[in-house]
Ligand binder design. Structure first.
Ligand code: SAM
Length: 278
């Protein structure tokens, strides 16, 4: 791969988070981690020099891969030659409509990517919040971010992103990856996170209210949930107390101690009581 990049005078762009993978064993392992099979349609974000794309192409039915950097076009013409089931879309994924992309994909799909570090969370949140046909994601991210995605309630890494992902499904770190395996070598180690949207998720009465409840729970970690609820939802102290009592949340609890399921239950009571309070 490096010789193809050199041949086409490619220069790595830090602003796009270009840290490429080359180790064939690691690439195959990521494809296995993702559970990609011959019936799978895969959406990849960040084609790079096409190393992961090629590995995906061997096992998937179809791979659609977004890449922002058009200077990779001649490189990919070479590295992905013969991969008939791959389509590279040279577009900024962050500015693309997921609804449009889903229309293009035409059915259920898996997201598999070595994500550019500067847009990791917004990209993941896009699938969490808008991914109607997304069956889950398997993504390489910075280790610290991976821990936040899969954290236990009450732990220091637990936050709004954890609770948002958990509502869609099970999330776990499936692999730790040394910085030495990337070109160029980044300053931090990475991990592969797999979130399975077909298992372990839960439904809520209103996704919008759940999102707002989660935002509110983590608004100010120094404040009690009762106080955060009062300011987020413009409630009186009595109303906030009543909601917490209904959801069986102990007096004086802080938002970050509530499991995602408990936040879901609380958001359902908020959704139900809306008519009374607003
Ligand atoms: N998949 C390749 C690999 O594993 O070697 C490359 C991964 S590299 C970490 C991230 C890739 O995402 C880069 O090729 C970068 O140009 C691309 N990228 C960065 N921002 C993007 C965006 N907004 N939309 C699409 N691709 C983007």
């Amino acid at each position: 791969m490096e010789d193809v990049l050199f041949k086409h005078n490619f220069t790595f762009k830090k602003k796009y988070g270009q840290n490429f993978l080359t180790d064939p064993n690691l690439l195959d392992a990521i494809v296995s981690d993702a559970g990609v099979g011959e019936e799978s349609t895969v959406l990849e974000i960040g084609t790079g020099a096409g190393a992961l794309t090629r590995a995906l192409s061997k096992r998937a039915k179809r791979v659609v891969s977004f890449e922002i950097d058009k200077s990779l076009q001649p490189v990919l013409a070479e590295t992905l030659a013969g991969c008939e089931n791959v389509e590279v879309v040279f577009r900024d994924f962050a500015k693309s409509s997921l609804a449009e992309t889903e229309k293009e994909l035409g059915g259920d799909y898996l997201v598999v990517a070595n994500l550019p570090y500067y847009i990791t969370t917004p990209v993941v949140m896009k699938f969490v919040e808008e991914g109607t046909h997304c069956r889950g994601f398997t993504v390489m991210v910075q280790e610290e971010v991976a821990r936040r995605f899969c954290a236990e309630a009450g732990s220091p890494d637990y936050g709004a992103v954890t609770a948002a992902i958990a509502r869609r499904g099970e999330c776990k770190i499936v692999r730790f990856v040394s910085r030495a395996l990337f070109t160029p070598r980044p300053n931090v180690d990475s991990a592969v996170v797999r979130a399975d949207f077909t298992a372990g998720g839960f439904s809520v009465k209103s996704e919008k209210v759940y999102r707002e409840t989660v935002r509110c729970a983590f608004l100010s970690r120094r404040k009690t949930l009762e106080n955060n609820l009062m300011s987020c939802f413009s409630l009186s102290r009595g109303e906030a107390k009543e909601l917490l009592r209904l959801a069986d949340v102990p007096e004086g609890a802080r938002g970050e101690t509530l499991s995602p399921q408990k936040l879901g239950a609380l958001s359902d009571f908020i959704a139900e009581k809306r008519g009374l309070f607003w």
